[in-house]
Design a protein around this ligand. Structure first.
Ligand SMILES: CC(C)(COP(=O)(O)OP(=O)(O)OC[C@H]1O[C@@H](n2cnc3c(N)ncnc32)[C@H](O)[C@@H]1OP(=O)(O)O)[C@@H](O)C(=O)NCCC(=O)NCCS
Length: 151
Protein backbone atom coordinates (compact mmCIF):
# COMPACT_ATOMS: atom_id res chain seq x y z
CA UNK A 1 0.00 0.00 0.00
CA UNK A 2 1.40 3.34 -1.04
CA UNK A 3 1.65 6.03 1.60
CA UNK A 4 2.16 9.65 0.65
CA UNK A 5 2.21 13.04 2.28
CA UNK A 6 -1.14 14.84 2.14
CA UNK A 7 -1.71 17.90 -0.03
CA UNK A 8 -4.14 20.82 0.32
CA UNK A 9 -6.52 19.06 -2.11
CA UNK A 10 -7.01 16.23 0.40
CA UNK A 11 -8.59 18.48 3.02
CA UNK A 12 -12.26 17.69 2.44
CA UNK A 13 -11.62 13.94 2.16
CA UNK A 14 -9.64 14.01 5.42
CA UNK A 15 -12.44 15.90 7.13
CA UNK A 16 -15.14 13.53 5.88
CA UNK A 17 -13.18 10.43 6.85
CA UNK A 18 -12.61 11.83 10.34
CA UNK A 19 -16.33 12.57 10.65
CA UNK A 20 -17.08 8.97 9.62
CA UNK A 21 -14.53 7.50 12.06
CA UNK A 22 -15.58 9.31 15.24
CA UNK A 23 -18.68 10.39 17.08
CA UNK A 24 -19.69 14.05 16.95
CA UNK A 25 -18.03 14.78 20.32
CA UNK A 26 -14.66 13.47 19.16
CA UNK A 27 -14.48 14.19 15.39
CA UNK A 28 -12.69 17.39 14.40
CA UNK A 29 -14.49 20.38 12.96
CA UNK A 30 -13.13 21.74 9.67
CA UNK A 31 -11.71 24.66 11.61
CA UNK A 32 -9.84 22.48 14.12
CA UNK A 33 -8.55 20.12 11.46
CA UNK A 34 -7.34 23.05 9.35
CA UNK A 35 -5.59 24.55 12.39
CA UNK A 36 -3.82 21.23 13.10
CA UNK A 37 -2.68 20.90 9.50
CA UNK A 38 -1.12 24.37 9.64
CA UNK A 39 1.03 23.68 12.71
CA UNK A 40 4.72 23.78 11.83
CA UNK A 41 5.62 20.22 12.86
CA UNK A 42 2.41 18.58 11.68
CA UNK A 43 2.78 15.55 9.44
CA UNK A 44 -0.16 14.04 7.58
CA UNK A 45 0.35 10.75 5.73
CA UNK A 46 -2.34 9.36 3.49
CA UNK A 47 -3.16 6.08 1.77
CA UNK A 48 -5.41 6.39 -1.26
CA UNK A 49 -8.43 4.25 -2.12
CA UNK A 50 -9.75 4.00 -5.70
CA UNK A 51 -12.44 6.55 -4.89
CA UNK A 52 -10.96 8.64 -2.11
CA UNK A 53 -8.81 8.18 0.95
CA UNK A 54 -8.55 4.79 2.69
CA UNK A 55 -6.76 6.13 5.74
CA UNK A 56 -4.56 8.84 7.20
CA UNK A 57 -2.43 9.60 10.21
CA UNK A 58 -1.81 13.04 11.64
CA UNK A 59 1.15 13.59 13.94
CA UNK A 60 2.89 16.45 15.66
CA UNK A 61 6.21 16.54 17.49
CA UNK A 62 8.21 18.76 19.76
CA UNK A 63 11.79 17.77 20.38
CA UNK A 64 11.98 14.10 21.28
CA UNK A 65 8.23 13.78 21.92
CA UNK A 66 5.88 12.74 19.12
CA UNK A 67 2.11 12.89 19.31
CA UNK A 68 -0.43 11.02 17.20
CA UNK A 69 -3.23 13.53 16.75
CA UNK A 70 -5.42 11.03 14.95
CA UNK A 71 -5.31 7.81 12.95
CA UNK A 72 -8.33 7.20 10.73
CA UNK A 73 -8.98 4.14 8.56
CA UNK A 74 -12.20 3.93 6.53
CA UNK A 75 -14.44 1.10 7.73
CA UNK A 76 -14.13 -0.79 4.42
CA UNK A 77 -10.33 -0.95 4.79
CA UNK A 78 -10.03 -1.99 8.44
CA UNK A 79 -8.22 -5.13 9.65
CA UNK A 80 -6.02 -5.11 6.55
CA UNK A 81 -2.97 -3.70 8.34
CA UNK A 82 -3.44 -0.23 6.84
CA UNK A 83 -3.49 1.49 10.24
CA UNK A 84 -0.34 -0.45 11.16
CA UNK A 85 1.38 0.62 7.93
CA UNK A 86 0.48 4.29 8.46
CA UNK A 87 1.70 4.17 12.05
CA UNK A 88 4.97 2.43 11.12
CA UNK A 89 5.66 5.00 8.41
CA UNK A 90 4.90 7.90 10.76
CA UNK A 91 7.00 6.45 13.61
CA UNK A 92 9.90 5.86 11.22
CA UNK A 93 9.80 9.41 9.89
CA UNK A 94 9.49 10.88 13.39
CA UNK A 95 12.37 8.74 14.70
CA UNK A 96 14.49 10.12 11.85
CA UNK A 97 13.59 13.62 13.12
CA UNK A 98 14.86 12.74 16.60
CA UNK A 99 11.60 11.66 18.23
CA UNK A 100 12.20 9.07 20.94
CA UNK A 101 8.82 8.78 22.66
CA UNK A 102 5.31 8.77 21.26
CA UNK A 103 2.01 9.61 22.90
CA UNK A 104 -1.63 9.25 21.96
CA UNK A 105 -4.96 9.91 23.63
CA UNK A 106 -7.78 7.50 22.93
CA UNK A 107 -11.29 7.23 24.36
CA UNK A 108 -11.53 4.64 27.15
CA UNK A 109 -14.59 3.25 25.31
CA UNK A 110 -12.75 2.76 21.98
CA UNK A 111 -11.95 -0.93 22.31
CA UNK A 112 -10.66 -1.37 18.74
CA UNK A 113 -8.24 1.53 19.09
CA UNK A 114 -7.03 0.41 22.52
CA UNK A 115 -6.34 -3.10 21.12
CA UNK A 116 -4.58 -1.50 18.14
CA UNK A 117 -2.33 0.73 20.24
CA UNK A 118 -1.47 -2.08 22.65
CA UNK A 119 -0.56 -4.32 19.72
CA UNK A 120 1.89 -1.62 18.65
CA UNK A 121 3.55 -1.31 22.03
CA UNK A 122 1.64 1.65 23.47
CA UNK A 123 0.95 1.41 27.20
CA UNK A 124 -1.79 3.23 29.10
CA UNK A 125 0.14 5.73 31.23
CA UNK A 126 -2.83 7.56 32.72
CA UNK A 127 -6.51 8.50 32.42
CA UNK A 128 -7.53 11.97 31.27
CA UNK A 129 -10.90 12.65 32.91
CA UNK A 130 -13.39 14.32 30.58
CA UNK A 131 -10.81 14.69 27.80
CA UNK A 132 -13.51 14.52 25.10
CA UNK A 133 -16.18 16.25 27.17
CA UNK A 134 -18.27 15.43 30.23
CA UNK A 135 -18.06 11.72 31.05
CA UNK A 136 -15.86 10.99 28.01
CA UNK A 137 -12.50 9.96 29.41
CA UNK A 138 -9.36 9.11 27.48
CA UNK A 139 -6.36 6.92 28.08
CA UNK A 140 -3.04 8.67 27.67
CA UNK A 141 -0.88 6.02 26.02
CA UNK A 142 2.86 6.20 25.44
CA UNK A 143 5.59 4.24 23.72
CA UNK A 144 9.37 4.60 23.67
CA UNK A 145 10.64 4.39 20.10
CA UNK A 146 14.26 3.71 21.08
CA UNK A 147 13.59 0.34 22.69
CA UNK A 148 11.21 -0.87 19.98
CA UNK A 149 13.56 0.08 17.18
CA UNK A 150 16.59 -1.39 18.88
CA UNK A 151 18.49 1.88 18.55
C1 LIG B 1 -8.12 1.78 15.19
C2 LIG B 1 -7.94 1.73 13.67
C3 LIG B 1 -7.09 2.91 13.24
C4 LIG B 1 -7.21 0.43 13.32
O1 LIG B 1 -6.91 0.45 11.93
P1 LIG B 1 -6.80 -0.91 11.09
O2 LIG B 1 -6.21 -0.57 9.76
O3 LIG B 1 -8.08 -1.62 11.09
O4 LIG B 1 -5.74 -1.71 11.98
P2 LIG B 1 -4.82 -2.93 11.54
O5 LIG B 1 -5.48 -3.76 10.49
O6 LIG B 1 -3.46 -2.39 11.21
O7 LIG B 1 -4.77 -3.76 12.91
C5 LIG B 1 -3.57 -4.13 13.57
C6 LIG B 1 -3.91 -4.85 14.85
O8 LIG B 1 -4.60 -3.98 15.77
C7 LIG B 1 -5.59 -4.75 16.50
N1 LIG B 1 -6.94 -4.33 16.12
C8 LIG B 1 -7.28 -3.48 15.12
N2 LIG B 1 -8.62 -3.33 15.08
C9 LIG B 1 -9.13 -4.12 16.06
C10 LIG B 1 -10.47 -4.40 16.50
N3 LIG B 1 -11.54 -3.86 15.90
N4 LIG B 1 -10.62 -5.25 17.54
C11 LIG B 1 -9.56 -5.82 18.14
N5 LIG B 1 -8.27 -5.60 17.75
C12 LIG B 1 -8.07 -4.74 16.74
C13 LIG B 1 -5.38 -6.20 16.08
O9 LIG B 1 -4.38 -6.74 16.94
C14 LIG B 1 -4.83 -6.03 14.67
O10 LIG B 1 -4.10 -7.14 14.20
P3 LIG B 1 -4.88 -8.38 13.49
O11 LIG B 1 -5.88 -7.82 12.51
O12 LIG B 1 -3.75 -9.14 12.85
O13 LIG B 1 -5.56 -9.11 14.61
C15 LIG B 1 -9.31 1.72 12.93
O14 LIG B 1 -10.16 0.76 13.53
C16 LIG B 1 -10.02 3.07 12.92
O15 LIG B 1 -9.73 3.94 12.09
N6 LIG B 1 -10.98 3.25 13.85
C17 LIG B 1 -11.75 4.52 13.92
C18 LIG B 1 -10.87 5.69 14.31
C19 LIG B 1 -10.08 5.41 15.57
O16 LIG B 1 -10.60 4.93 16.56
N7 LIG B 1 -8.76 5.75 15.51
C20 LIG B 1 -7.83 5.51 16.60
C21 LIG B 1 -8.00 6.45 17.72
S1 LIG B 1 -7.02 7.91 17.53
Amino acid sequence: MKIRQSTAEDFEALYLLDQACFTAEIAYSRRTLRAFLRLPNMMCLVSDAPDGIAGFILTDHEGALGHVVTLDVAAAFRRRQLGSALLAEAEGRLAAEGVREMEIETATSNEAAIAFWKKHGYLASGILDGYYGKGLDAYWMTKKLIKDRGL
